[in-house]
Design a protein around this ligand. Structure first.
Ligand SMILES: *[C@@H]1O[C@H](CO)[C@@H](O)[C@H](O)[C@H]1NC(C)=O
Ligand SMILES: *[C@@H]1O[C@H](CO)[C@@H](O)[C@H](O)[C@H]1NC(C)=O
Length: 434
């Protein structure tokens, strides 16, 4: 009991000292510098009062495991050559950004890029990825300044913080067409009729045309464009009896051979699937924007799938006939007028993501190297001040473009959209044909 008191006082003193001597708010001194005396061992002339206790200017205070009772100016006065002992190396400055402090390993976003606070060469520094983002302020301002271009650009929040290289995967989704696809039989209607200057499937077949779909962050345009075109055509060909909304999820989840789901697909593989196995409707199997386990048997029908047909004599899934290629502008127009929207594949560059209205033509603004292929649904055509266009449904939701649609120059193979256009006929039921 007799020893307890002095020991605890001593401990307090040591703790008090070590705290007192490391802060920046110590009384400024000088201490050792007052006499410039430094000693080998503890001696009165080398001790000074600080904050009600003592600090020392001797080698004893400077022992390896913590220099906890040296006077604050011990090092510059008594040991100016020494480097600080290990464990006392001055901490490197942290990374800073926007008034905030970040430690080694912390990250922050800069647009679509990520910056990491990295420690190298004894310093913390920001290291940022430098990928082009989908949205580019220069594209927006250049496009909107160039009134001859004919279309306008917008700052879409749905693309914020997304990289262009990812947008080309997850907002598109069509694999480059194989050469043999270009040998697909083309239909030649060669109808010499008066084509209307404007045609809009939505007006011609009110309520039959599928609303614009949002494919989400999933490269499923190959599934969405086909599902919507077939839906429109089922309604049109059946004169409304089979006004069905077919689910792109059927293709996304069940057509997995040779396909990459949300990372893209081959449109011809999708047609083949739709013709052999068929599709089910959106109510039965809603679109999820991701690949899920296909719940259907390959050889099932709507009843065994647990889906509800709209007409009594339908049991089979919704299937299509073989596709045919449309090559000439007027044949495309004829096919749309008679049978409904068609599918087309176009090339997409960075500027297209910004489109908010007008007649699109690929511009010289933005990245010209990175591109992807996009399957879309052409629902009609028109002319504005003599400028001919196709009217096209995109699959990026109704907030994008002109209520989800865009117009693109017609008759000039703009963005390659006229290099691959296809039509399919649907297997409507007998009863709906009457
Ligand atoms: C687009 O929006 C972002 C986020 O609000 C903003 O930082 C950027 O300056 C905008 N760009 C243009 C060209 O308006
Ligand atoms: C249309 O343009 C694409 C590329 O943009 C090109 O590959 C294709 O050959 C063109 N087609 C025609 C018919 O000119």
């Amino acid at each position: 009991m007799a020893y307890t008191l002095p020991i605890s006082i001593l401990l307090c003193g040591v703790i008090g000292l070590s705290l007192a001597y490391s802060g920046p708010d110590l009384p400024p001194g000088p201490y050792c510098g007052r006499t410039n005396e430094c000693c080998k061992n503890r001696e009165d002339r080398c001790s000074h009062y600080i904050l009600g206790t003592m600090c020392y200017c001797d080698e004893f205070c400077d022992r390896p495991n913590g220099r906890d009772d040296c006077c604050p100016d011990y090092q510059p006065v008594c040991d100016p050559q020494s480097t600080p002992p290990p464990g006392e190396i001055k901490k490197p400055d942290p990374c800073r950004h926007g008034g905030r402090i970040y430690r080694t390993g912390d990250t922050r976003k800069e647009g679509c890029n990520t910056c990491e606070c990295v420690f190298e060469y004894e310093q913390n520094n920001w290291q940022c990825s430098r990928d082009p983002c989908i949205i580019d302020d220069d594209v927006i301002s250049y496009v909107n300044r160039d009134y001859r271009l004919g279309w306008r650009a917008s700052n879409y929040s749905q693309f914020y913080n997304k990289k262009l290289k990812d947008g080309l995967i997850f907002k598109l989704g069509t694999f480059k067409l194989s050469q043999e696809l270009y040998h697909l039989g083309a239909v030649n209607y060669d109808k010499d009729i008066d084509y209307p200057r404007q045609f809009d499937s939505r007006q011609n077949w009110a309520n039959f045309i599928t609303p614009v779909v949002d494919q989400g962050w999933c490269g499923s345009d190959w599934a969405v464009s086909l599902a919507t075109i077939i839906s429109d055509r089922f309604a049109i060909q059946s004169k409304g009896a089979e006004r069905v909304r077919l689910s792109p999820q059927t293709l996304l989840s069940c057509n997995v051979r040779r396909q990459q789901g949300c990372k893209g697909g081959h449109i011809d593989t999708a047609w083949r699937f739709a013709s052999v196995h068929g599709m089910v409707d959106e109510d039965c199997y809603p679109y999820k924007a991701r690949v899920t386990t296909c719940p259907f048997r390959a050889e099932g029908n709507l009843l065994s799938d647990g889906c509800r047909p709209l007409v009594a004599d339908r049991q089979d899934r919704y299937k299509v006939g073989p596709p045919s290629r449309l090559v000439k502008e007027q044949d495309v127009m004829y096919d749309i007028m008679v049978s409904g929207p068609i599918q087309a594949v176009m090339t997409v560059y960075q500027d297209f993501f910004h489109y908010s209205g007008g007649i699109y033509r690929h511009s010289m603004f933005g990245d010209q190297q990175m591109k992807g292929y996009h399957s879309v649904r052409i629902v009609g055509w028109g002319e504005q001040n003599g400028d001919k266009y196709w009217l096209v449904a995109n699959s990026w939701g109704p907030e994008w473009g002109e209520n989800g649609y865009f117009r693109i120059a017609r008759g000039v193979n703009e963005s390659g959209i006229e290099s691959f256009m296809v039509s399919v006929l649907c297997d409507v039921t007998e009863s709906s044909m009457k």
